[in-house]
Design a protein around this ligand. Structure first.
Ligand code: NAD
Ligand code: UGA
Length: 389
């Protein structure tokens, strides 16, 4: 529960309670951020989203200790005249709203571009015009592919960090050709970053841009057929969790060779709270938020999740726990991939002194414990129902 002790920022100055307009508060990151803010601070949240299932436990009942500090507004920011008023009422706006699952980027590129660029435009504009601070959620996907991925496979330079570590102020953004519609998301996110940055440079907008690197944990996405569409394809954590719960092999796209660094959502949210409460250190900056120590190939992730889930569920792993699928079969035409994502941590370390703490094994252990408790019974029920043909 929020303590009555006065909170101080990194420079020892008292932090005044803020009103925060959080757009996309009902999603994975939003739900964890709301939880953290309500539990540990005195800030108020105007929570905007189309859905609120993931924050229901924070909204009801009225007797909750933070009742009165969170207000839910069911709003689609595409077309709702209340948006500007809510931004005006707040000290800070955090924009999390987006279509951000890769299965959508090449199959619904227009929705993806509209959601990540067009719909985010008025938010930046209202903040700029009304002199309000903005924390905008971008993505590590703006880096695209590494420079190293274009070198010959056997080039020793591929081992040189200069060719793969991703730096906010130095690395280029490298996307594939236009027919590789995978990059519709990254490209829209890049353009809105440039717009926010330009609002800062030309109109004095106080902004911070966050580039998350594969944040994972409880409440991420959905389990197809349980709390999301049966044919839906969520991000990798939920895809693999779904297969483990159903005792089906985990699908490795194009051999599972791509590399990712995963960070625990609870570590990452600490970085966001530091940004919220230290504007003088965070304004005008773009921050990588990830865990460079938690790098695996997708195949290694599948193997680790299989081992962790066997511990958690007490059921032995399948004899053949993975199966290879092509990206065309899994995602359809126009898919492409980032090869490797190692965040450089210099800027966030220097400005906010933040470092991730949780190892990949530990974060998978707590996340898969949650998945098992939340979904194992529901999956059994779904699987025992006769399938309609
Ligand atoms: N989870 C990650 O690791 C990750 C990585 C990189 C970037 N991001 C970015 O962080 C942000 C949040 O990601 P997340 O993982 O919580 O995704 P999420 O899909 O769980 O949450 C996004 C929320 O935004 C809401 N939303 C979308 N369009 C809206 C609209 N028009 N009006 C109102 N609400 C709308 C959705 O209903 C959803 O609740 C996104 O901008 C995403 O691109 C996340
Ligand atoms: O999380 C991030 O930092 C960003 O990256 C993600 O993109 P990506 O990491 O490619 O998406 P995942 O669905 O998590 O896939 C990771 C890797 O696993 C592979 N995969 C996914 C699902 C599956 O069942 N099998 C499988 O091999 C994908 O092809 C990809 O190589 C999403 O674009 C965003 O949520 C976000 O902006």
């Amino acid at each position: 529960m929020a303590s009555s002790v006065v909170r101080v920022d990194l420079d020892g100055k008292p932090i005044n309670p803020l009103t925060i307009c959080m757009i996309g508060a009902g999603g994975f990151i939003g739900s964890h951020l709301c939880e953290k803010i309500l539990n540990e601070t005195q800030h108020k949240i105007l929570a905007l989203d189309v859905y609120n299932d993931k924050i229901k436990h924070l909204l009801e009942p009225d007797s909750l200790p933070w009742a009165g500090r969170i207000q839910f507004h069911r709003i689609n920011i595409k077309h709702d005249s209340r948006l500007e008023g809510l931004i005006k009422m707040s000290d800070l706006t955090i924009n999390l709203a987006a279509i951000c699952t890769p299965a959508d980027y090449n199959t619904r590129p227009l929705d993806t571009i509209y959601s990540n660029f067009i719909d985010a435009l008025p938010v930046a504009k209202y903040c700029s015009e009304n002199g309000k601070r903005l924390i905008h959620f971008s993505t590590c996907e703006v880096y695209g592919k590494t420079i190293g991925s274009f070198l010959p496979k056997d080039s020793p330079l591929r081992q040189d960090p200069a060719y793969y570590v991703l730096k906010e102020d130095a690395s280029p953004c490298i996307f594939g050709s236009i027919e590789k519609q995978r990059w519709s998301y990254a490209c829209a996110k890049q353009l809105i970053e440039r717009l926010v940055y330009a609002e800062g440079a030309e109109n004095g907008l106080e902004f911070t841009i966050v580039r998350p690197f594969n944040w994972i944990g409880p409440r991420m996405d959905f389990i197809p057929g349980v709390d999301g569409p049966s044919e839906g394809v969520p991000r990798v954590l939920a895809c693999f969790s779904n297969a483990l719960l159903r005792r089906e092999p985990l699908k490795l796209v194009d051999g599972g060779e791509s590399q990712r660094t995963f960070v625990y959502i609870k570590d990452a949210i600490e970085a966001v709270l530091l940004m919220i409460e230290n504007p003088s250190r965070a304004n005008g900056h773009i921050f990588n938020v990830g865990n460079p120590n938690n790098e695996v190939t997708v195949r290694q992730l599948a193997e680790m999740m299989t081992a962790v889930y066997a511990n958690v569920s007490g059921e032995p792993a399948l004899e053949e726990p993975t199966v290879d699928v092509s990206s065309k079969e899994f995602y359809g035409e126009g898919y492409d991939d980032s090869d490797k994502r190692i965040p450089d941590m210099t800027i966030i370390n220097r400005q906010l002194g933040w470092n991730p703490k949780t190892s990949l094994w530990d974060l998978l252990d707590s996340t898969l414990t949650y998945q098992h408790k939340t979904y194992a019974e529901a999956i059994k029920k779904v699987m025992s129902q006769p399938t309609t043909s």
